[in-house]
Design a protein around this ligand. Structure first.
Ligand code: SAM
Length: 244
């Protein structure tokens, strides 16, 4: 398999790009690729190029871009907002949400949020690794954490916010296309609450917001990471880019 690496530099046929230490190490030491080996490099602006490992200078791998492969095609416009969770499920959620096509990830502090520190660099690294593996050309944006209250105040007027409401007060998620099918082309977002669930005041605030749609994910209480990935999969299937 040809290694596929995200590269921020300007890519074009004939350009040489020097990979940062972590990618150089991965390519030359972990994958044991040598000069001449095929490599794919990509970014959202320039697309994907097939190239070859051209040299290894003081541990830094230099890739020569050769043939243009394809340009970036943005997927459905869906964000994932989530109350911070512990490290292992957060890693998994960032990776899988990237595979499921989210354009943006943002931690949201709620009243019952237990985890109070968020490692944005770790989120970014997980998203990047997942994008490299799943053939995406863009990396989800990672926004710094914000409180739920502040996030709702500055909420974009055109973006629907689907809130996974564990109390069962929302509509079944599969009913979204029947009720909001006309909004398919609009931008969307999902919000997943903390381990302790949303506070009653937060549920009232969410219910009163004009862009919020509360949904149920069934009778079982799902872990936050399960809820996020299940909701994203359903959204992609009924309103997103899994449709024909
Ligand atoms: N402590 C809460 C309780 O016992 O009801 C459960 C919180 S759950 C672990 C974390 C988040 O996942 C919830 O805030 C919600 O956003 C989502 N979630 C879990 N199960 C859900 C369901 N059946 N329907 C909708 N959302 C759900």
């Amino acid at each position: 398999m040809i290694p596929r690496l995200y590269c921020k530099d300007n890519l074009s046929a004939g350009a040489s790009v020097t990979l940062p230490p972590s990618q150089s190490h991965y390519l030359t030491t972990v994958l044991r690729r040598t000069v001449g080996s095929a490599v794919l490099v990509f970014n959202e602006e320039n697309g994907e190029f097939r190239g070859a490992l051209d040299s290894i200078r003081k541990g830094a791998a230099v890739v020569l871009c050769q043939d243009f492969v394809r340009s970036a095609e943005p997927g459905a416009d869906i964000w994932l907002l989530f109350a911070p969770i512990k490290r292992t499920p957060a890693d998994l959620m960032a990776q899988k949400a990237t595979e499921l096509g989210v354009r943006l990830l943002q931690p949201i502090f709620t009243q019952h949020t237990i985890v109070n520190r968020v490692n944005l660099e770790r989120l970014r690294a997980n998203a990047l690794e997942a994008a490299e593996q799943c053939d995406r050309l863009d990396i989800p944006a990672i926004l710094p954490p914000e409180t739920l209250e502040k996030r709702l105040v500055s909420w974009p007027e055109d973006r629907w916010l689907v809130v996974a409401d564990e109390t069962g007060a929302g509509i079944p998620m599969a009913e979204l296309p029947a009720r909001y099918g006309a909004e398919r082309a609009a931008p969307w977002a999902l919000l997943i609450g903390p381990e302790g669930g949303f506070h009653g005041d937060e549920l009232k605030m969410l219910a009163a917001h004009p862009k919020v749609i509360r949904v149920s994910l069934g009778k079982r209480v799902l872990r936050a990471d399960t809820a996020a990935l299940a909701a994203l999969a359903v959204w992609q299937a009924v309103l997103g880019d899994w449709r024909a």
